[in-house]
Ligand binder design. Structure first.
Ligand SMILES: [Zn+2]
Length: 308
């Protein structure tokens, strides 16, 4: 169900959103002594769960298996943003979340766009020209660089500690352990992607710009930054030329979106397809049970495709 900002304003003026907070959408954790945290989508859920440990109950606004770019929120989800102890989101990624946070201001929030450096989309990142990318559009896929995840971990640690100062030591310990894991992951990527025979990789959903920038690869997207944009025939031909010129072996697709486009590009060239997971959600189909495992699967897939 889609809720427009105007409808939210009406609900708010009628006091309906506030009322809801007194009944079924009270923080689930209020009686357990846990902090309640709402994460906009999976990678932020992962950080909140790791840093919060047993002291935090985490809710993810994006249901498992659904695609977060065009998430729509229920009135209950919107109302709940005003009730929880912390909301973690990224301004500019999910318009419905941005609107909801404005309408129902959270008590405390971490907006990752406020401290991460977002990369601008190069012109080549927006092949279809259309309305999908305005001038100066920014790439939202910050979490695919483990170093950005470290910065997010630090901010979540600080916000949780402000919400529950008595637990600050536990949050600091948990954050330290997660930062160590992310630092190891970064080192594995740096080592694993050094000296690849090929640096170009082709992906249906252009989510890997931060990863490519960090580890010296070059991403070519079949579609643009939004996973459900259909590429033009001209764009497909252009990508096939790039694939030939760069001896590309593999066309990557992602788990939450149909592989049809990747398969049609690959099929014409006699290439294989493989999964590169943008970690916008975790399901049974994911190659790993959490952020770290899926990122390691992504590393293995890139090494195989690019001869690293
Ligand atoms: Zn995406």
């Amino acid at each position: 169900m889609k809720i427009s900002r105007a409808v939210l304003a009406v609900l708010a003026s009628l006091g309906l959103l506030g009322l809801a907070g007194c009944s079924s959408v009270a923080p689930a954790s209020s009686e357990s002594g846990q902090l309640s945290v709402t994460a906009a989508f999976y990678p932020f859920q992962f950080v909140a769960e790791r840093v919060g440990g047993g002291r935090v109950g985490v809710t993810n606004l994006t249901p498992p298996g659904s695609e977060p770019h065009d998430l729509e929120l229920s009135p209950k989800q919107v109302a709940n943003l005003g009730e929880v102890d912390l909301v973690i989101y990224q301004q500019g990624f999910q318009p419905s979340v941005d609107a909801a946070v404005q309408t129902v201001p959270p008590r405390r929030f971490v907006d990752t766009a406020s401290f991460l450096t977002l990369r601008a989309l190069a012109e080549g990142d927006s092949p279809d020209g259309g309305d999908d990318h305005e001038q100066g559009a920014l790439d939202p896929h910050t979490w695919l660089d483990p170093n950005n995840m470290i910065a997010i971990t630090e901010q979540v640690r600080d916000a949780l500690s402000a919400a529950d100062p008595a637990s600050a030591t536990a949050f600091a310990d948990n954050a330290k352990a997660l930062i160590a894991d992310l630092t190891s992951l970064d080192a594995e990527y740096t080592k694993g992607l050094a000296g690849c025979r090929r640096t170009v990789f082709i992906t249906s959903h252009e989510a890997f710009g931060y990863l490519a920038d960090r580890y010296g690869l070059r991403q070519v997207g079949i579609r643009g930054i939004e996973p459900d944009t259909e590429p033009t025939a001209a764009r497909i031909a252009e990508v096939q030329t790039i694939a030939r010129e760069n001896q590309v072996t593999t066309i990557f697709f992602e788990t939450l979106v149909s592989p049809t486009v990747a398969e049609s590009v690959a099929g014409d060239l006699g290439l294989v397809t493989d999964v590169l997971d943008p970690l916008e959600g975790i399901t049974d189909q994911s190659r790993g049970s959490d952020y770290l495992e899926v990122m390691r699967s992504n590393l293995a897939a890139l090494q195989k495709a690019n001869g690293c």
